[in-house]
Design a binder for this molecule. Structure first.
Ligand SMILES: Cc1ncc(COP(=O)(O)O)c(C=O)c1O
Length: 402
């Protein structure tokens, strides 16, 4: 996991991309699986407006959260949307000791008519389950995953911002909550979705970021958990990330752990290289890279615009030589949070390379964000309507009656 058919580099050949193609029932048909217990003291309309006026990333949360609990022998139950609150957890909860946890990141976008949409939710549902298999956690039915987003966003629709580049960031996660110190998979697992209104990653337009390529640390190893979205991968990226800051860089890039020569990905984004001849290359999914939903969508958009996109082994040395010679004209990173980011500077022990170009990067950023924001038609059926236009939300209802 994730699988790529060795015979094909077709974008649809991965398990996750195939899963994302399966139609999801309409939100009205899924709504209500996570029944609502309304927050008795939601933030006031004025407080919410103040939060929405000054958005950052990941530091403000809505009034509710979705929850379900799995018990061994019983399966999933206790589905609900409940008030967002601190959790009560035993200090012996297995997640605190052995990191048995997984998470996802997906956004809800407000369109001009007031409706709220998300992007390829079945992709994230399938990836959560792929991560669950690797981390010995129970899988959640894909439709229940989507239902949890529908019910939470319907409860907190008033929190979905409408400015350019703004969204409601949704963070589904599941973790081992059994109070038990033995090292084995937990018999109790909690699933939550919390929501955080977030601002444009680049309020002043697309700005190139600088990258520290670490040759000392690896994010993932063969047979490890690199292809899963699990906290430990991010914990191990923090020290090299700190090293990147100390080197004056914004982000860290990891190499593979076997040859220690090939580019894998950033701590939280996939990488793409644009050649001067128009070809786009991205590292092959080797089992140590997280297969991004944004990566997959971009491959599709680029191929459909007539470009050749190659999933390949990209050596650091080759990349530096090609930047120097002009064979590579752009390098960019992609992921849900920032969408698309030009990389302007690659630095590491013994090298310091500048990349000037960002034309293709901008084109792909504009094309993808136009689809996500509803400004452009979505020929792929990627967008999924969570909330119809004009829907009354719990938050607006309670704010009115307060
Ligand atoms: C390690 C890593 N790589 C790549 C990505 C990009 O994935 P996506 O495009 O699904 O957000 C992410 C973000 O989720 C990530 O954490």
């Amino acid at each position: 996991m994730p699988e790529t058919d060795a015979s094909s580099t077709d974008f649809a050949s991965t398990t996750l991309a195939r899963a994302a193609e399966v139609p999801v029932p309409q939100a009205d048909d899924l709504a209500g699986r996570f029944s609502l217990t309304a927050n008795p003291s939601p933030v006031t309309e004025d407080e919410r407006a103040a939060v929405l006026r000054s958005l950052h990333f990941g530091d403000a949360f809505t009034d509710h959260m979705a929850h379900a609990r799995w018990r061994q022998g019983e399966g999933w139950g206790d589905y609900g949307v409940i008030p967002h609150a601190n959790l009560s957890l035993s200090p012996a909860a297995a997640v605190l000791h052995y990191s048995q946890e997984i998470f996802e990141g997906i956004k809800a976008y407000r369109h001009e008519d007031g409706s709220v949409w998300t992007f390829r939710p079945r992709y994230n549902a399938a990836r959560l389950n792929a991560s669950a298999r690797r981390m010995a956690l129970p899988e959640l039915a894909e439709e229940d995953f989507v239902a949890s987003l529908v019910d939470l966003v319907r409860a907190d629709a008033a929190w979905v911002p409408s400015g350019e580049g703004e969204s409601l960031y949704l963070r589904p996660f599941a973790f081992a909550s059994e109070a038990f110190l033995g090292v084995r998979p937990s018999t109790v697992v909690d699933y939550y979705v919390i929501a955080s209104p977030s601002g444009s990653y680049f309020p002043h337009g697309l700005e190139p970021v600088s990258i520290w390529v670490t040759t000392e640390y690896h994010r993932a190893g063969r047979g490890g958990t690199g292809a899963a979205k699990t906290g430990g991968n991010y914990a191990s990226s923090l020290l090299p990330q700190r090293e990147a800051y100390a080197q004056g860089c914004d982000q860290v890039c990891f190499l593979d752990d076997v040859s220690q020569k090939n580019i894998e990905e950033l701590g939280g984004m996939n990488i793409m290289v644009v050649d001067a001849d128009g070809t786009v290359r991205t590292p092959r999914l080797t089992g140590t890279i997280l297969e991004g939903s944004t990566r997959s969508a971009i491959i599709r958009l680029l191929r459909d615009s007539g470009r050749s996109v190659v999933e390949d082994t990209i050596s650091l040395q080759g990349l530096l030589t090609d930047i120097e010679s002009g064979r590579v004209s752009e390098v960019f990173a992609c992921g849900t949070a920032a969408v698309v980011v030009p990389l302007g500077h690659l630095k590491g022990e013994g090298f310091d390379a500048r990349i000037e170009g960002s034309e293709v990067t901008r084109q792909i950023h504009d094309r993808l964000t136009a689809i996500q924001s509803g400004r452009a038609e979505d020929p792929y059926g990627w967008m999924y309507q969570l909330v119809p236009p004009g829907a009354e939300t719990t938050s607006t209802r309670s704010a009115r009656s307060a």
